[in-house]
Design a protein around this ligand. Structure first.
Ligand code: NAP
Ligand code: ZN
Length: 368
C-alpha cells in the first residue's frame, strides 16, 4: 500500500463558494493584484464576484487582464512588476489553466525583484512567492490543486513547466458555476485534458493507491460526458457541467501525485506550432497511449474498460471523435529539432507505460 501524497491548498467548493467564504481572504492582506485573461473572468462573472467581495472587505485591488493562452514568461514578469508597484500582499488568479498557472509564476516574480525572466525555470530565487488564491473557470487543467505552472518560455517559444511546494495556491475557490459560460469547443477540449490527466495518472509508473482513487473518480464522469458531447454536439446541462468540473479537480489531484505521461510532452509541440488547444493536443496521442497501456499495463486497460463501461475500440473512437484534429504533416527535420529538447531526459517519458524514448517520440510525431 502506498498513499504518499501532499496537497496543502485549502479547497473551498460549491455554489457561491467565494461569497459564502470571503472572510478567508482577510488573512492574506489588504492589497491584491487580480490576474485574468481577456474575457473569461468577465464572462464567468467571477470578476464581478471578487470585486464585490473586495469592496465589502476593504481590500484594494488592481486588475492585470493581459494573460494570453499558454502564458508567456515575459507577460508574467511584467505582471510581477505591476504587483510590486501596487505593493500587492497577495494575488487572485481567475480563469482557465492559463491565468491560473500565470498567477503562480507572477507570485514568484513579484516577490523576487531581481529574478530575470528565464531564471524562473532554474528556480534561483530566495524569497517566498506572494500568497495565491485561484478561481477556476474551465473544467480541465486542475491547476487549482496542483503545484505545477506551465509557461511558454519567451526565449525559446517552448512550453515548459515549473513545480514545487511553493507553487500551491493558499486557497482555491472551486465553484462550477464559473465554468457554465464556456463555449462548446472549450468545454470539449478542457474535458479531454481532464480525461488525459486521469488516464495518464492511472497508467503512470508513479501511480499509487491515492492517485488511483482520484483518477477512478474522474474517469467514469468524464467518459459519460464524452458520450453526451459526442452524440449531441451541444453543451450539457448544468448538472453535468458541475460533475465535469469536479471530475477535473479529481484528475488534478491525481496528476499532482503522479505527474503526466508522454502525451503531455508531445502535446506541447502541437500547441506551440500548430495552435491546437492543450486538451486536444494531448488526446491526439491517446490511441498510442492506449496501445502502450494494452501492451505494458493490461491491468490498467481492464480498469479503464470497467470505469468507462466501454471496450477499447469504443474508448478510442469516442476520444478521437471529440479530439477531431485534422491530420498534421510535421517534417522530419522539424521532428529532429523538437526531439532535441528531450535529449537530457524527460520525466513524463520515463513514467509512461513501457517507458518511452526519443525514437518513440519521433515515430509518434511522424504518425500524427
Ligand atoms: P485557457 O488557455 O485558460 O483558456 C482557453 C480559452 O477559454 C481562453 O480563450 C479563455 O478566455 C476561455 N475561457 C476560459 N474560461 C472560460 C469561461 N468560463 N467562459 C468563456 N470562456 C472561457 O484553457 P485551459 O485549457 O484551462 O488551460 C490551458 C493551460 O493550462 C495550458 O497552458 C496548459 O499547458 C496548462 N495546464 C496546466 C496544468 C497544471 O497542472 N497547472 C495542467 C494541465 C494544463 P480568456 O483568454 O479570456 O481567459
Ligand atoms: Zn493537461
Amino acid at each position: 500500500m502506498n498513499i504518499t501524497s501532499y496537497m496543502p491548498t485549502r479547497i473551498i467548493s460549491g455554489k457561491n463558494a467565494l461569497t459564502n467564504n470571503k472572510e478567508e481572504l482577510k488573512a492574506l492582506g489588504t492589497r491584491c493584484l487580480i490576474v485574468t485573461g481577456g474575457s473569461s473572468a468577465i464572462l464567468s462573472k467571477a470578476l464581478d464576484d471578487i470585486t464585490k467581495v473586495f469592496l465589502s472587505l476593504d481590500i484594494s485591488f488592481s486588475i492585470f487582464n493581459k494573460i494570453e493562452q499558454n502564458p508567456q514568461t515575459v507577460t508574467c514578469h511584467r505582471a510581477g512588476e505591476e504587483a510590486r508597484e501596487i505593493k500587492a500582499d497577495f494575488l487572485v488568479g481567475i480563469g482557465g489553466g492559463s491565468p491560473l498557472d500565470a498567477t503562480k509564476a507572477i507570485a514568484i516574480y513579484a516577490a523576487n525583484e531581481d529574478l530575470k525572466v528565464s531564471d524562473i525555470y532554474n528556480r534561483k530565487y530566495n524569497k517566498m512567492p506572494l500568497p495565491v488564491v485561484l478561481i477556476g473557470t474551465t473544467a480541465g487543467t486542475g491547476s487549482e490543486v496542483t503545484s505545477v505552472s506551465v509557461l511558454t518560455d519567451s526565449n525559446t517559444g517552448f512550453k515548459r513547466s515549473i513545480s514545487g511546494n511553493d507553487c500551491y495556491a493558499k486557497i482555491s475557490y472551486c465553484d462550477p458555476k464559473y465554468t457554465f459560460s464556456m463555449p462548446y469547443s472549450v468545454t470539449v477540449s478542457t474535458a479531454l485534458d481532464a480525461f488525459a490527466h486521469a488516464v495518464e495518472s492511472l497508467a503512470a509508473a508513479t501511480s499509487n493507491e491515492m492517485s488511483k482513487l482520484y483518477a477512478e473518480k474522474a474517469i467514469p464522469v468524464l467518459f459519460d460526458a464524452f458520450r453526451y458531447l459526442d452524440k449531441s454536439n451541444t453543451l450539457p446541462n448544468n448538472e453535468m457541467r458541475e460533475a465535469i468540473y469536479y471530475a477535473s479537480i479529481f484528475a488534478g489531484l491525481a496528476i499532482n501525485i503522479t505527474g503526466t505521461c508522454f502525451p503531455h510532452s508531445l502535446g506541447y509541440v502541437l500547441t506551440e506550432d500548430f495552435n491546437i488547444p492543450h486538451g486536444k493536443a494531448c488526446t491526439a496521442f491517446f490511441p498510442l497511449l492506449l496501445e502502450r497501456i494494452k501492451k505494458f499495463r493490461p491491468d490498467c486497460l481492464q480498469d479503464l474498460m470497467r470505469l468507462t463501461k466501454a471496450d477499447e475500440n469504443e474508448i478510442i473512437s469516442v476520444v478521437n471523435c471529440l479530439t477531431d484534429i485534422e491530420s498534421i504533416a510535421i517534417k522530419e527535420d522539424s521532428i529532429k529539432e523538437y526531439c532535441l529538447r528531450w535529449e537530457g531526459g524527460n520525466k513524463n517519458f520515463n513514467k509512461s507505460p513501457g517507458g518511452f524514448c526519443i525514437e518513440d517520440a519521433k515515430k509518434a510525431l511522424l504518425s500524427i
